[in-house]
Design a protein around this ligand. Structure first.
Ligand code: M6R
Length: 616
């Protein structure tokens, strides 16, 4: 939700900012803007629409300044207009600011500032924040030139309720940027004679792999020569410089048409990474380095509670199925946004898991804090190293799926499923699963990358199917047991990138309502794995067929469907039950992707969405 890039050093800032913004565009793409310190002035350019519009605009302006801040916006307060685009300039023209987050008490502050003759040109909360800094700046003694700018930001933030990642410049201090965070991500890239600020590492990795992850309540004061981190109450913070392990190539298209396509095809590698080093020497169970909880503690757990949002919530549902099925421990799954407020009665010995690709989703983070506040231990399953959720958890499991840039989550999802399967094995082996069943399960997991590779070979066939179904307006996804969450995920994928109305249901539930939607114009995607429910699912398909509904069947290879029942068949390889949700996900990802492409949709940047949702 909104991306921030800042630069200070020896190079011209403009091209570095624009390159960074392009990489962060997945975080929001309503408008883009930048501010450059140049010739004693703050030069600002803003455009509605994509970063490309800003590139065209700034090409005419020949900015040469070596310090700047920039922003790509996902609108919260105020419509998509140039006036609402960041950066925002204070009404006295002294301060300029970019912001990711929401200032909850902006109305009261605005009222206060209007009483002091500050004027406002936009409808945003951000402009209020910028003017409050200007207000404090004006009040700081001029004799205090060295720290006046930094202290005015600090004083302002003490009055702010809400979330922010900000970068600020002051016309009087051309060689300084002040940045801060609370609830929205912000990293400092430490280069050679230059520093970058960014909402995530992809925006700075082409310049440096050395980063400092700022924590909530920290400010960083950056000059071309050095930086210093302090807290809101002025305590010095010794910086911890981390090294990013992935490379710029991981954040590029590398010949694929879209990041979503690339990330779908990266799944075999992502699954291998999720498993690497996580099997016991005897090959019968899983190992995790970061759970920070002894095996004996796991045996005391009465119930696991999994909380997340969106696709990650679907991963929680699969985790529920696998843990209950193999480890026989009850699992509760909640939407993070609901858990936070519904004050659910909880078991005394519950253990919480929060799954989040970005590790920054504010609903998930807030739910995690709520569980912690109640005294529970909380675990995180995250992809982004150093993210807020990963850092605040008591323990966790990193996915190592590499950067996921497409707004629609794909490889992060299947990697979450693999980690859930590993965790279910770990708990099952602490309880009743035998050694030989454990060995068999491990073999099943190890086959996942190859079986996903095999399923990806269906891509040309699925592309053809997609051409035939691209113009429908509605679609049902129907699956049972561990494939019910995959039905939900298939429906979410299709609707978020192609804007086709889609719903996921347990296949047998279809006759309790959704079947009313079925006609020649509403196709159904059925998951039909081999197993005890195969014939029951075939019966559900017959009910759809009897109502002239078209059927796309995702069927285990070798299983025969009655002649003419399915209009389209997508075979998937036979596999261990623990990885069936992973294998079954691939065809619906490809189907959604090719349908969206056929409809000329902007696959990587679907309308109204942003990759990491850092507002409530
Ligand atoms: O970063 P997170 O995994 O916490 O994100 C959660 C959801 O916002 C995310 O999965 C969203 O639903 C995706 N657009 C799905 O493709």
């Amino acid at each position: 939700m909104c991306g921030i890039v800042g630069y200070i050093g020896k190079q011209k800032a403009v091209s570095i900012l624009l390159e960074g913004l392009k990489r962060l565009e997945y975080r929001g793409y309503d408008s883009a803007g930048l501010a450059i310190q140049q010739d004693g002035k703050l030069c600002i350019s803003r455009k509605t629409g994509r970063v490309e519009q800003l590139v065209k605009e700034t090409a005419k302006l020949h900015y040469t300044g070596t310090a700047g801040i920039s922003h790509t916006r996902w609108a919260t307060h105020g419509g998509v207009t140039e006036a609402n685009a960041h950066p925002h300039l204070s009404s006295d023209g002294k301060l300029v600011l970019v912001h990711n987050g929401v200032i909850e008490n902006f109305a009261a502050i605005k009222h206060f500032l209007q009483g002091k003759d500050y004027t406002f040109r936009s409808e945003t909360d951000t402009e209020v924040l910028c003017n409050l800094i200007a207000y404090h700046y004006a009040k700081e003694p001029e004799s205090n030139a060295q720290s006046r700018f930094l202290e005015s930001v600090r004083k302002t933030l003490l009055h702010i309720e809400g979330t922010y990642g900000i970068a600020v410049m002051c016309v009087d201090r051309p060689n300084e940027i002040v940045a801060a965070r609370k609830g929205s991500p912000l990293l400092l890239g430490v280069g050679d004679g230059e520093y970058l600020l960014a909402s995530d590492a992809s925006a700075l990795i082409s310049h440096t792999r050395n980063v400092v992850y700022l924590k909530d309540g920290e400010l960083v004061h950056v000059t071309p020569e050095t930086f210093a981190i302090t807290t809101l109450d002025q305590a010095d913070v010794p910086p911890v410089v981390d090294r990013i392990t992935w490379s710029i190539a991981d954040a590029e298209l590398n010949g694929f048409a879209h990041f979503m396509e690339k990330e779908i095809f990266e799944q075999p590698a992502a699954l291998e990474n999720a498993m690497r080093g996580r099997f016991s020497a005897d090959g019968s169970t899983a190992n995790f380095g970061g759970l920070n909880l002894a095996a004996t503690d796991f045996r005391q757990i009465d119930r696991f509670v999994f909380c997340s949002c969106g696709t990650a919530w679907h991963a929680c549902l699969v985790a529920e199925h696998l843990i209950e099925r193999f480890a026989r421990v009850p699992v509760e799954v909640d939407y993070a946004s609901e858990f936070r407020y519904r004050n659910a009665p909880l078991d005394r010995d519950a253990l919480f898991f929060f799954i989040s690709q970005s590790g920054e989703t504010i609903d998930t983070l807030a739910a995690m804090r709520e569980a912690k506040r109640k005294g529970y231990k909380v675990m995180a399953i995250c992809n982004v190293v150093g993210s807020s959720i990963a850092r605040e958890a008591d323990g966790g499991i990193y996915q190592h799926a590499g950067p996921e840039i497409g707004v629609a989550s794909t490889k992060a999802f299947t990697s979450q499923l693999l980690i859930s399967a590993l965790f279910a094995l770990y708990v099952a082996r602490l309880r009743d699963m035998s050694f030989s069943d454990g060995v068999n399960y491990v073999q099943g997991l190890k086959a996942a990358p190859e079986l996903v590779r095999k399923t990806l070979e269906q891509a040309p066939h699925i592309k053809e199917i997609a051409q035939r179904y691209a113009q429908y307006h509605d679609c049902l996804f129907l699956g049972r047991l561990s494939l019910f969450p995959i039905a939900l995920e298939g429906a979410l994928k299709l609707k978020e990138i192609s804007y086709i109305h889609a719903e996921g249901y347990p296949a047998a539930e279809m006759k309790h309502g959704p079947i009313a939607l079925v006609n020649e114009q509403c196709p159904s995607v059925f998951f039909v794995p081999k197993g005890e429910l195969f014939n029951k699912i075939v019966s559900s398909m017959q009910e759809i067929k009897a109502r002239k509904g078209k059927i796309i069947a995702i069927v285990t290879e070798g299983c025969e469907l009655p002649d003419g029942l399915a209009d389209e068949v997508i075979p998937i390889p036979d596999c261990h039950e623990a990885i069936l949700p992973i294998i079954a996900t691939v065809p619906v990802q490809l189907l959604s992707y090719y349908i969206a492409v056929a409809r000329h949709c902007d696959v990587d940047k679907p309308r109204n969405l942003a990759k990491s949702v850092t507002v409530e």
